[in-house]
Design a protein around this ligand. Structure first.
Ligand code: MN
Length: 271
């Protein structure tokens, strides 16, 4: 009955299988938690989705920006980027089932025993956890409804950068998706910044802090597990902030985190 967490798989099925073997993952007893970006860029997106779909009873995942973009491509809203290597998945006879399964996944998940939460990118500036839960509910309700294409169309764009009660509904939805799936840095007054992708020590831009250092008292008694930010390489200088994207798809490694023991297992990309 162990809970294992893995960062952005991004279609690296061979590595995922090696990671599960290494921790002796048992599909009938253990739970596999994934930080999103399940597919795209890596070589085996189809095999990855096939496996997760087959074992969905033991999989708990949030959606990442690549997963949402895949839904937009599969719905005919966006054209496919050859770099994503999604053609085989998009052409597969069961793609509708995989799309349906992804559409049912949330943007936010609570960890066992109220220890905290997981999302692909993080907790947006000026949001308390109650706000995150409310907008996760709003977003998942739309994704599961016939209105989902409207959401996939309006989610693109960097604005608004600052959360405010008087934003329009569309602006709030876009901000929520950006906070859950795309942010890394914000300014010290809580505005999202999307240009900078480096590690904090290499971000020489003015006035930028990692999202988890904004109102950091929010994480005093709450863990946050996330992916998306490969250049962090797992380093956040805060034991409650657990960054799991360590760039396997870029030739680095998977960080597998076991919740109960706080133990990490590293799986080097040797493909
Ligand atoms: Mn991402």
């Amino acid at each position: 009955m162990a809970h294992y967490f893995i960062g952005d798989v991004q279609g690296c099925f061979t590595g995922l299988k090696r990671a599960l073997t290494e921790v002796e993952f048992n599909v009938s007893k253990d739970t596999l938690w994934l930080t999103g970006d399940l597919i795209a860029r890596g070589p085996e997106s189809l095999e990855t989705i096939k496996f997760l779909y087959k074992h969905q009873d033991c999989v708990r995942t949030v959606l990442g920006n690549h997963d949402l973009h895949f839904l937009a491509v599969a719905s005919g809203i966006k054209s496919v980027n050859p770099k994503d290597k999604l053609d085989e998945l998009l052409a597969h006879k069961k793609v509708k089932h995989y799309v349906q399964w992804l559409k049912e996944q949330p943007l936010l998940l609570e960890l066992p025993k109220h220890q905290g939460y997981m999302s692909h990118a993080g907790l947006a500036p000026n949001w308390r956890i109650e706000t995150a839960k409310e907008w996760n509910n709003n977003l998942t309700e739309i994704l599961r409804s016939k209105e989902y294409k409207k959401l996939l169309k309006l989610m693109y764009g960097n604005k608004p950068t600052l959360w405010a009660d008087d934003l329009t509904e569309s602006e709030k939805l876009r901000f929520a998706i950006n906070g859950f799936t795309r942010m890394r840095f914000c300014t010290s007054d809580g505005q999202l910044e999307f240009k900078t992708k480096s590690a904090p020590e290499n971000a020489n831009a003015n006035n930028l802090i990692p999202w988890y250092q904004y109102q950091s008292d929010r994480f005093t008694d709450m863990k946050w597990i996330f992916g998306h930010w490969a250049s962090l390489m797992g380093k956040t200088d805060n034991n409650n902030i657990i960054a799991l994207d360590t760039g396997y798809v870029w030739g680095n490694y998977f960080s597998v985190y076991q919740l109960k023991t706080s133990k990490f297992t590293y799986i080097k990309n040797v493909e």
